[in-house]
Structures are given as structure tokens and as C-alpha cells.
Design a protein around this ligand. Structure first.
Ligand code: NA7
Length: 561
């Protein structure tokens, strides 16, 4: 591998690189651009895939599409880029996002500094040199002063240990590891396991092609129509003229969208008034129903029930067979506490003659996968292809898989067995000079991702610039600051209905995973979190300690600037 001589920010041990970035999706690409082109650092990216794109490189299942509106699901740091790129649809399809990211990689000349086809399998901090050593599955060993993980929150696939999966004689695919040349479902009997956001996109597409589709549901989903379509060129023009305003509004918002809660409690409205509002949000499609509903929705079960009831009525009026409709109607968790899937003809698909729903509660759970199909509730369903749409080991999974060892050989995967421990979701006590873009305990998946990614990348860049100006060689979160942040994350969410669902936000989708709320749901969402991070930086990086070269072992706080 290439070993370039780095110019580390502090004096001292020479590293191969100033910074190693792991992952070349939205976050890794911008991180590389920032460190290399703004700070003139010697940075490299290790990327497991053979191309840029991260999530959008891997998730190629039928119907794969972003659920954020395309005009804000993009970088906003470059005014010219915003003007030159035009999205074709309200929600960008996987291949369009990939083309966009390819375009960005070319435009900012990123590829020469990305090492493709190399998966990081281990990394360790050396207390004496204060450098990280990073290893890949291709045998690379490289040192760097800083490591920035840009591995995404939903990149570690969760394939449950279904009994008998290895005996299946047909083909099976996890949606996030989809073959690049697609899968032909024509004349095939297909089974889809899962009914989360991915399956809700894939099921209507697969049902159109397959001879027969059997959907294995563990928990029914509350869905809201996406209402995708071409974007009116006049709307695009107006948005391009207003990108300064849009950028500011999404940064100042709760979830990184141009959405805000209705400043009213649903329990204070009349049935007619709220029905009108619900219809408006339903007709608008997208996340408005979830993220711009009445403000008591996430706090009061009674309020939540009123809102959920509207969605349940929609299911019952769309699905022809009342028995199937009942199976598809969520019953045992509050609306909005699991990720909102956006649908295009999802419930309508269950009216098709070639589609069968097998529901774990009423028909019986999956017992085993046989050589010829899936047995659930004592009945075998013959299949040629199984689509495993069972999601991810969210937020902590991708970091635990990196084999991270911090000070004194401490191991992150072990330390996080009972849940993540971070400071701001961007740093970890005991792991100096390691930054985690959109890591657990940051807003991350509870926001429009590019907004949170840009905020973290810019904060990390400024932090490293600060260290260079002050000749500081390491930065590390203190255990006290980390504990306080963890307590804050838990306290905030405890006043909401979120802990009441077996969601991947709670780590509850995977057997044996600690039940902890994984992202951060701050009182003012992404805008409050951004302000908090900025204040911490303004106070000389409160809650962190810096060291100059050679002082790493003692970690004396150093007054900077
Ligand atoms: P999700 O939302 O985690 O959905 C996975 C689905 O698979 C969900 O319906 C699960 O049921 C089901 N599942 C998971 N494990 C099992 C087992 N063991 N048996 C049966 N069914 C199971 O993942 P997605 O890929 O749909 O979406 C992830 C995110 O990607 C999405 O929210 C967007 O942010 C992008 P459960 O609900 O856990 O009972």
C-alpha cells in the first residue's frame, strides 16, 4: 500500500497519514474534501465497496429510494453544486443518488484518495506514539494521527439466525447486499421476510413481477403515502433561487427538514379540525404526518392514539379483505416510535391475488427455512427466492465491527455490550483522536442525514484546525462528560413514547442486543444539538482534554487559544 509521509498537526511521531477516514458515502466523501482541501491534510479513505456511495452503493433492492425529499437530501456546503445538479423526482431513486455521489466524487477529485475494495478489520491506538494503526482485509497496515469513522448508521446487515437458512435450495438475498445485476422474479415464488421501510418499498415492486409473493410479517407498520412524482421545473427553479434560505431553515429545524410540529395539542382540537389537518398531511405525503403533526403526539399515549386511529382507518379502507386488513393494522406500539415507512401502493398490494400475508401473531412465526421454502405456524410455504428485509444492527453495529482498540488495549465492542457510551455521539472517552460521524447518541437517523453529516464533518474539521493552531496532538472526551451525555440522552427520551416500541432505535430488533435508545432526540432536535456542539467548541472544547505530543499518557487539560 501507499505509505505517504504525513505532516501531523502536533510535533512528534510520523504517521503514514494525517487522517484515515473509513467509508466513502455521503459522510466520508465530505470529510475527505474538508480535511484535504480545506486543511491541506494528507488523508486517505478506506472503502469496502468498489465505488463511492455507502448506503446507496449497497442497497440496490427493487424500489430502493430515499424517503427524504431530494432537494434537501444532498450536500449544501457548495453553492455551485446546488445550482448545477437537478433531481428528477420528489424522492431520489437509489441509482440517481449514486450518480449524484459519483458526480461529487469527480467534481471534487476525491477518487485518487479513496482506496476501494478495502474493508477495515481492526484499528488500535498506540499510547506511546499517539497514533492509530488501521488494518484492512487486504493486508494494509497504515498509521494516522486521526481516524474518522464514516461508516453510516445502517450498514451492518442484520440477518437473523433462521434455522435451516443454509439448507434452502433456492436463492436468498439480504436487501442491503443486493446483486449489482439485479434479481429476476419472473415466474418465481418469492418470500419477503420483514415489513420495515425497506420491505414496504420492495414488496409492491416484487409483487408486480413475481408469480406469487408471500410476505412474512413480525410487526405491522404504520405507513404514509410517499406521493412521489416528477418535480415541476418551476418548483426546482424557485428552490434553486432560495437555497440560502432552505439551507438555513433545515439547519434551524428539528429534524433537518422544512417541517415543524403543529403548535397545538391534538387533544385540544375538535374531531373536525384535526381530521382536516390529518387529511392535509396525508395528501401532502412524505414525513409531514410523522414529523409535523400535533406536538403532543410523541408525549401522550392518548394523543398518539387519536393520530394512530386515522392511519388505522386508512388501512382498513384500503385493504379489501377485513381479515388481512386487521393483520396489517399495528396494535402494540405507539405511532411514530418506529421508523415511518413511506409507501407507494403498499397496502393495495395485499389486494392482489398473487400476494399472501403470513403474520407472526395470528398465523404463527417463522419456525424454519426448509430446502424448499419457509415453515411458519406449522405450514410450509414453497418458495424459489427469499428476500431477507430484516434491517440492520443499527448505529452501534458498524462501529463494533471495526475491531476498535483504544488506550491500553480497551475494546470498544466489549465496552459497548450494554449500549453505546459517547460524548455527543462524535467522540469516545479512552479513544483519542477518533471521531464518529453521525455516531450513536447524536441526532443521526432521527434527522435528514445529510444535514447531520455536514454538521459533524464541519465540527470535526474545525476541531482539528483548532488543534493545529494550538499545536495539540490529541483530543479525548472525558469520562465525566461522556457519562453526563449518556444520562442526558436517556433522560430526554424517557419523557417520550419512544421507549415503548421494540424498534431498532431501541436496539430491540435484534435478539440479545442491549435495550438502549441509540440516537439523540434533543429538546430542539438538530438545531439545538448544533448549538450545543458549537457552544462546547467556543468554551475551548468543554468536556474534552487535549495533550501535546508526549503528554498523552497524562492527558492534562491544556488551555488553548
Ligand atoms: P427494519 O426497519 O429494521 O425492518 C426489518 C423488518 O424485518 C421488520 O419488519 C422486522 O420486524 C423484521 N424482522 C427483523 N428480524 C426478524 C426476525 N428474526 N423474524 C422475522 N422478522 C424479522 O429494517 P429496514 O431495512 O426495513 O429499514 C431500516 C432503515 O433503513 C429504514 O428505517 C430507513 O431508515 C433506511 P420487527 O418490526 O422488528 O418486529
Amino acid at each position: 500500500m501507499t505509505t505517504a509521509q504525513g505532516s501531523a498537526p502536533g510535533a512528534g511521531a510520523k504517521a503514514d497519514f494525517d487522517a484515515i477516514i473509513i467509508g466513502a458515502g455521503f459522510s466520508g466523501m465530505y470529510m475527505l474534501h474538508s480535511l484535504r482541501d480545506k486543511l491541506d491534510m494528507n488523508a486517505t479513505v478506506f472503502e469496502a465497496g468498489d465505488g463511492v456511495g455507502g448506503t446507496w452503493y449497497w442497497n440496490r433492492y427493487p424500489g430502493a429510494r430515499c424517503d427524504s425529499d431530494s432537494y434537501i437530501y444532498c450536500y449544501t456546503f457548495d453553492k455551485n453544486l446546488l445550482q448545477e445538479w437537478t433531481w428528477s423526482e420528489r424522492y431520489p431513486e437509489q441509482d440517481e443518488i449514486l450518480r449524484y455521489l459519483e458526480h461529487c466524487a469527480e467534481r471534487f477529485d476525491l477518487k485518487p484518495d479513496i482506496q476501494f475494495g478495502k474493508r477495515v478489520v481492526g484499528m488500535a491506538f498506540d499510547d506511546s506514539t499517539e497514533l492509530w494503526t488501521v488494518r484492512t482485509d487486504k493486508g494494509d497496515v497504515a498509521t494516522a494521527r486521526f481516524v474518522i469513522t464514516a461508516v453510516g448508521a445502517l450498514s451492518a446487515a442484520n440477518t437473523p439466525p433462521f434455522k435451516g437458512l443454509e439448507t434452502f435450495k433456492g436463492k436468498w438475498y439480504h436487501t442491503s447486499q443486493w446483486p449489482h445485476d439485479g434479481v429476476d422474479f419472473t415466474a418465481r415464488r418469492v418470500g419477503v421476510i420483514g415489513t420495515g421501510a425497506t420491505a414496504v418499498q420492495a414488496i409492491p415492486e416484487i409483487a408486480q413481477q413475481a408469480k406469487h409473493l408471500t410476505v412474512f410479517q413480525r410487526t405491522p407498520a404504520f405507513c404514509v403515502p410517499a406521493r412521489n412524482g416528477r418535480v415541476d421545473p418551476e418548483v426546482t427553479k424557485a428552490r434553486k433561487a432560495d437555497y440560502e434560505g432552505i439551507r438555513q431553515r433545515i439547519k434551524d429545524s428539528f429534524f433537518g427538514f422544512e417541517l415543524s410540529f403543529l403548535p397545538k395539542a391534538v387533544l385540544d382540537t375538535t374531531p373536525e379540525e384535526r381530521e382536516q389537518e390529518f387529511d392535509r398531511m396525508w395528501d401532502a405525503g412524505g414525513f409531514a404526518f410523522w414529523l409535523a403533526n400535533y406536538q403532543d403526539m410523541f408525549f401522550s399515549k392518548e394523543a398518539n392514539d387519536v393520530i394512530a386511529d386515522y392511519l388505522k382507518r386508512k388501512i382498513r379502507s384500503t385493504v379489501n379483505d377485513p381479515v388481512v386488513a386487521e393483520k396489517l393494522t399495528p396494535k402494540n406500539y405507539p405511532y411514530g416510535t418506529k421508523r415511518q415507512p413511506l409507501d407507494t401502493n403498499y397496502f393495495e398490494t395485499f389486494n392482489k391475488k398473487n400476494v399472501l400475508l403470513v403474520d407472526a401473531s395470528t398465523d404463527g412465526p417463522i419456525e424454519e427455512i426448509t430446502p424448499t421454502g419457509i415453515r411458519a405456524g406449522g405450514k410450509e410455504h414453497p418458495l424459489d427466492i427469499i428476500v431477507v428485509a430484516t434491517g440492520f444492527d443499527a448505529l452501534t453495529g458498524p462501529l463494533k465491527k471495526l475491531g476498535i482498540k483504544g488506550r491500553g488495549g480497551r475494546m470498544l465492542a466489549q465496552e459497548w455490550e450494554l449500549g453505546p457510551q459517547t460524548y455527543l455521539g462524535v467522540a469516545i472517552a479512552g479513544y483519542p483522536n477518533l471521531f464518529t460521524i453521525t455516531g450513536p447518541q447524536s441526532p443521526s437517523v432521527l434527522s435528514n442525514m445529510p444535514v447531520s453529516i455536514e454538521q459533524h464533518v464541519e465540527w470535526i474539521t474545525e476541531c482539528i484546525a483548532h488543534m493545529r493552531r494550538n499545536k495539540l496532538s490529541t483530543i479525548e472526551a472525558t469520562a465525566q462528560a461522556q457519562d453526563a451525555w449518556g444520562a442526558h440522552v436517556a433522560e430526554i427520551v424517557s419523557s417520550t413514547l419512544m421507549p415503548g416500541a421494540n424498534s431498532w432505535y431501541m436496539g430491540a430488533n435484534i435478539d440479545g442486543k442491549a435495550r438502549r435508545f441509540l440516537p439523540y432526540l434533543g429538546p430542539e432536535g438538530v438545531s439545538g444539538y448544533r448549538r450545543k456542539c458549537a457552544e462546547i467548541a467556543d468554551k475551548g472544547y468543554e468536556g474534552f482534554v487535549f495533550a501535546r505530543q508526549g503528554q498523552g499518557g497524562t492527558m492534562q487539560p491544556i488551555a488553548a487559544e
